[in-house]
Write a protein that binds this ligand. Structure first.
Ligand SMILES: Cc1cc2nc3c(=O)[nH]c(=O)nc-3n(C[C@H](O)[C@H](O)[C@H](O)COP(=O)(O)OP(=O)(O)OC[C@H]3O[C@@H](n4cnc5c(N)ncnc54)[C@H](O)[C@@H]3O)c2cc1C
Length: 438
């Protein structure tokens, strides 16, 4: 009997999958091209490197990301366990020191018996009979992406995503900012730049007029809904930024005792507090323009940029056409797609997809049955969604409560309804895990 699986890509999904498969008693060959071949976003050769924000989202169970993480913990997620060790303060969210997390995951996997990390770019689909898990991510190397088109029935789709700028802490004048979390959830974990109406309008105007990097024809096709560039939001209306990334809700400036007209938030990026991210400032503005415009904000007059915001590509397959509910290729049952390339969107969703695919592929290798995940669970509803969505208009998806069926839960109070759905999801997942002996 075959007792081995091959994983291509040691990112968030591939690393989680490798751990789950090894824990199930299956040998794992994990292929990672870095550091020999780098992507345009990764900075190291470590596995499971988070490439942009350091946040894994809210911990509250009535938030989509909170419920998903809760389920992942129920299933013993390796990445989430490691994330606890590199946690940095961020209110009610789980934010981490990204490099520390990547280092810990790499060391943890290297010490697992049965896991072999093989460095180098995979350029073709490996032959063989054992289960193959493709987790090469949104920045899949172009050569491998071309090889994948043989499997995916139609060409991969490409679209663009945006990354937010990173500031060097020593260059920020914190005396002009105030520290607080929205609605005082958590400690004073964010630094806030308060803006009055005039300052806001000036800033928003500069963002609208700012020069952006040229967009190629193929980049125009699809925009990334959950991560719109700052200037696109600003262009959609004079108040859009104040209702979007610059919204002041839940924040009072202690010096004036008032809620500012708008607020720019800075979030700690590393444990040493050397870097801060401009929250929600993903952008296609040219680097010089970012420097000029963002330096007009109070406290950022002399800001130094560790990294500028930028655009990036995103590779994913048309999941409803090619995947079944196990995230397995309909055409070649040996093959699973995990992580962002499978059509899920986001760090936590990628970990979740990797966790399930690792378990499923391991069970295939062991000749065991794979019980279908209940749709009442966050993870189950996400996998069901990507395999059943409209293929003509398919976009990668985050988990939202809207994906969970109402089935018997009728409640007008939105928060209460979420609580009920979350409770039902956890129960269903526990039952599933017991039945599957996971
Ligand atoms: C620039 C950028 C910023 C993002 N920012 C956020 C964010 O802030 N928050 C969020 O929730 N999500 C974000 N995402 C989306 C997504 O959550 C992350 O990309 C996440 O890392 C996806 O996990 P993954 O395991 O699917 O891919 P990855 O983590 O990218 O892992 C894929 C791995 O495969 C390797 N690989 C690629 N091709 C080959 C090959 N041919 N052979 C061998 N190895 C290969 C890569 O080097 C990489 O290590 C961002 C995506 C991008 C591209």
């Amino acid at each position: 009997m075959i007792r081995k699986i091959t994983i291509i890509g040691g990112g968030l999904a591939g690393a989680e999958a490798a751990y789950q498969a090894a824990k199930s008693g299956v040998a794992v060959d994990l292929h990672e091209m870095r550091p020999q071949v780098m992507t345009e976003a990764h900075r190291s050769g470590f596995l499971a490197e988070m490439v942009c924000s350091n946040s894994l989202g809210s911990e509250e169970i009535t938030s989509a990301s909170g419920l998903l993480k809760h389920e992942l913990r129920l299933l013993d997620s390796f990445i989430l366990r490691q994330a606890e060790k590199s946690r940095v303060p961020a209110g009610s969210s789980l934010s981490v020191d990204r490099m520390r997390l990547a280092e810990d995951v790499s060391a943890g996997l290297a010490s697992l018996p049965g896991v072999r990390v093989i460095r180098g770019e995979v350029r073709d689909i490996p032959a063989g009979d054992s289960p193959l898990l493709i987790a090469s991510g949104p920045l899949t190397s172009p050569v491998f992406a071309a090889a994948l088109t043989g499997l995916t029935l139609r060409k991969n789709l490409f679209f663009f995503d945006a990354t937010c700028p990173l500031l060097r802490a020593e260059s920020v004048d914190f005396s002009k900012l105030f520290a607080a979390s929205r609605y005082e959830k958590g400690g004073a974990d964010f630094w806030n730049i308060p803006l009055d109406k005039e300052q806001y309008e000036m800033f928003a105007g500069e963002v609208v007029r700012g020069e952006t990097a040229e967009i190629q024809e193929f980049e125009k096709r699809i925009f990334f809904d959950a991560c719109l560039p700052l200037e696109e939001i600003a262009r959609s209306g004079p108040h859009s930024l104040a209702f979007g990334p610059l919204k002041p809700v839940g924040l009072v400036d202690p010096r004036s005792g008032q809620r500012p007209y708008a607020v720019v938030q800075l979030r700690q990026d590393d444990l040493k507090k050397d870097f801060y991210q401009l929250v929600g400032f993903q952008t296609r503005l040219k680097h010089g323009e970012q420097k000029r415009i963002f330096r007009t904000l109070p406290g950022l007059e002399n800001a130094e940029f560790e990294r500028f915001g930028r655009m990036h590509r995103n590779t994913y397959v048309n999941a409803p056409l090619i995947l079944n509910r196990f995230s397995q290729s309909r055409k070649d049952k040996r093959v699973y797609f995990a992580g962002q390339i499978s059509g899920v969107e986001g760090y936590v969703e990628s970990v979740a997809s990797g966790l399930l695919c690792g378990l499923f592929a391991a069970r295939d290798a062991l000749g065991l049955e794979r019980p279908e995940l209940p749709e009442a669970t966050a993870i189950g509803s996400l996998l069901a969604y990507i395999s059943q969505a409209d293929w003509r208009d398919f976009r990668p998806s985050k988990f939202t409560f809207g994906l969970l069926p109402d089935g018997g839960i009728a409640c007008r109070d939105k928060k209460k309804k979420k609580e009920m759905k979350a409770g039902r999801a956890c129960e269903a997942l526990e039952q599933w895990a017991r039945k599957a002996a996971i």
